[in-house]
Design a protein around this ligand. Structure first.
Ligand code: SF4
Length: 504
């Protein structure tokens, strides 16, 4: 049995079978495909077509839509007509969470149907019916598991863990295989980047052991917005792409969906056309891929700008096209007595690209607990800007918490308020708090489950009404939105976790 589902020292793409989604190919020899999701109401034909047009103009050719009920599933047909008149090559994906009958209607129109096994109540052979419909029209299926919404029987066995997520996906993949249906893609998303990475690694290992080669869709849920959202996604998605895992990606941002496409492209391009390179072997017994093992020193990782005496550290520089494999070969199983600082130099002048590349390279090294410090060099940016990027990378890897973390959903057709401007308002009031996690979620249906381990939750309950959570516990239901941020602050104050912002 293989120890790891990827090579520690050689970059190669995981072999996967090809799946067709409309005119697109995912897996096989196809390049990694980028995709996104609308946040319009799926009953709003015109608005949805306009948004998909904006997405397609940015290069997003696979677009998912929330599909809550049979009416929305039926409305995919006129949306598809409108979209194809503008962009004949755009493929539409129906996102179905709960109702098998909705998936069945969607399969008559969409190019792909996503179901969440945790929510998919398919007593009575409904899954088999869906597979028949998919087979008839050549529709692809995504088995899309989310951390925080596992089925009860899986939860009871494994808890809400990476193992549970992988097991949930494997159960449905086995069912597809038993039905000889293979037009299947699989995802295991989480907002906690560590959970997400371990879950995908466990899934790929389980698929390899079961002789399955289904393509993998990667994403970090509720990553937030701006530079934080991009870095958090890049740490999670990049960790897997660096080891050749992943055939299609979505960078979920709490921003206009078309903004996700260039961010995803930057990430994909970071791995494209890398020459083959081999690094010296490492001692595999010294590497842990599926759960977190803290560094022996137990110390919080340092930034290079904080280091007073560099001689006290071992600087491990990566200069090749494969920094992750190069760093591993220089660290794993080697006798290094000093704390290790990872170093790499970038020359890009674009901040978004720089942040995404550095996050994709460095993040996984801290997830895998191989370093004690970070030195990112780029002559085009100030030390302050570089430190900000480094701190967000360390926070995404959960090894150094220096700011409030926002677990914000990207919004979709279920969203009950203007999440982008609300997130900005919540950040303005709370971003000075250190180490709190605040969930900002668009709907009560999936929000509470998917805001993971947030300390507080701001969740759309009814249109323009917000329900507030402390952890997973509902504390105030349906507060008018105009009062909701004040009430959130009061809640944090009542818990003694509030500090006043410093005067500028
Ligand atoms: S939490 Fe609700 S509103 Fe937000 S993306 Fe998920 S389903 Fe949509």
């Amino acid at each position: 049995m293989e120890k790891f589902c990827f090579s520690l020292t050689d970059y190669r793409r995981r072999p996967s079978r090809e799946v067709r989604v409309g005119s697109h190919r995912i897996g096989g020899t196809a390049p990694v495909v980028v995709q996104t999701m609308t946040n319009t109401r799926t009953m709003d034909t015109e608005g949805s077509v306009a948004q998909i047009d904006a997405i397609a103009r940015k290069g997003g050719k696979i677009v998912r839509l929330t599909t809550r009920d049979e009416r929305e599933a039926e409305n995919l047909a006129p949306i598809g007509e409108g979209v194809r008149a503008l962009h004949p090559d755009v493929a539409l994906v129906a996102d179905v969470h709960f109702v098998p009958a909705v998936a069945a209607v969607a399969a008559k129109t969409a190019d792909k149907v996503r179901i969440n096994p945790g929510n998919y109540n398919d007593r009575g052979g409904k899954f088999e019916e869906l597979i028949d419909l998919c087979r008839e029209r050549g529709v692809a299926l995504r088995i899309g598991v989310n951390h925080g919404s596992l089925a009860k029987k899986i939860f009871d066995l494994y808890g809400d863990t990476p193992e549970g997520m992988a097991a949930s996906a494997m159960e449905f993949l086995e069912r597809c295989r038993a039905l000889d249906f293979h037009n299947v893609v699989v995802s295991l998303k989480a907002s906690n980047v560590r959970v997400m990475i371990y879950a995908y690694r466990l899934l790929v290992k389980a698929m390899n052991e079961a002789g399955m080669d289904y393509p993998v869709h990667l994403g970090v849920t509720e990553a937030g917005n701006l530079i934080e959202g991009r870095i958090k996604s890049a740490v999670g998605i990049g960790a897997l792409l660096a080891d050749g895992i992943g055939d299609t990606i979505r960078v979920s941002l709490t921003e206009a969906p078309e903004n996700e496409i260039p961010a995803a492209r930057l990430l994909v391009e970071h791995y494209e056309a890398r020459p083959e390179e081999h690094f010296e072997g490492v001692d595999e017994s010294k590497f842990s891929a599926y759960c977190y093992t803290p560094r022996p020193s137990g110390k919080t990782p340092v930034l290079w700008s904080e280091v007073e005496n560099g001689a006290e550290y071992e600087i491990v520089e990566a200069v090749s096209h494969h920094p992750v494999q190069e760093w591993r070969s220089k660290i794993v199983g080697r006798e290094i007595s000093k704390p290790i600082i990872l170093s790499r130099t970038y020359t890009t002048t674009d901040k978004e690209q720089f942040a995404i590349e550095a996050a994709a390279d460095f993040g996984v090294m801290f997830i895998d607990s191989l370093a004690d410090g970070i030195r990112i060099l780029n002559p085009n940016f100030s030390q302050e800007e570089i430190d900000e990027i480094a701190l967000i990378i360390l926070q995404a890897a959960r090894v150094r918490i220096s700011r409030t973390e926002y677990i914000a959903c990207p919004s979709c057709g279920r969203t009950l308020y203007d999440i982008e401007s609300t997130l900005a308002d919540i950040k303005a009031r709370t971003s000075h708090l250190v180490g709190l996690k605040i969930g900002v979620m668009g709907c009560i249906v999936n929000g509470p489950g998917e805001m993971a381990d947030a300390d507080y939750g701001y969740v759309g309950g009814l249109p323009d009404h917000i329900s507030l959570y402390r952890g997973k516990t509902l504390v105030e239901r349906n507060v008018p939105q105009a009062e909701a941020i004040d009430r959130l602050v009061e809640l944090i104050k009542a818990d003694g976790r509030w500090v006043e912002p410093k005067e500028e």
